[in-house]
Design a protein around this ligand. Structure first.
Ligand code: ATP
Length: 149
């Protein structure tokens, strides 16, 4: 079993430092510490994909929030950003391999549009769910849900 909060803190602190250096706000909101069983390497890889995106599509002065809680036999993680957002009609396509938004193709930041396809694959492999919604008032929220074993 893995201590969820200590796993997340170790992973998130470098992102918090990076965000601070880029003048972005980075809020970590963790529930009660619990021990659960999951594939640390895969979940680490998944969260890195989502956190890299959250930072990449967020400008200085904007905010990224990471929320985690375990209840009713489910682990929920939410990564919200107040960045450029994903249009409703693109929300499905972004999970396809090699899909990149026009804004991204025109940017200097690199990428092959493979990140979210891998993320979806890892989530499926863990019987989880991944959902994209809009952050209020703007930006993207990625919600993950996993059954707790
Ligand atoms: P890049 O992100 O540079 O396009 P990538 O390999 O990271 O390359 P994915 O992670 O698969 O690509 O993301 C696919 C597309 O989804 C991106 O090109 C971008 O248009 C959109 N996207 C992903 N995350 C976000 C986000 N947090 N905010 C806005 N758009 C996003």
């Amino acid at each position: 079993p893995v201590k969820v909060n200590s796993f997340l803190n170790t992973l998130l602190l470098p992102y918090q430092d990076l965000a601070t250096a880029e003048e972005k706000e980075f809020v970590i909101d963790l529930g009660e510490e619990q021990q659960i069983i999951f594939d640390k390497k895969r979940i680490h890889q998944l969260l890195i994909i989502l956190l890299d995106n959250a930072l990449k599509y967020t400008a200085p002065g904007e905010k990224i929030t990471v929320f985690s809680s375990i209840k009713n036999g489910e682990w929920q993680i939410k990564i919200s950003d107040t960045g450029i957002g994903i249009a409703e009609e693109k929300k499905k396509a972004v999970f396809e391999r090699f899909y990149r938004g026009e804004e991204s193709r025109n940017r200097k930041t690199g990428g092959y549009g493979i990140g979210l396809a891998i993320a979806k694959w890892i989530v499926d492999e863990h019987q989880g769910k991944i959902e994209l919604t809009d952050t209020d008032p703007k930006g993207t929220t990625v919600a993950l849900r996993f059954p707790v074993k």
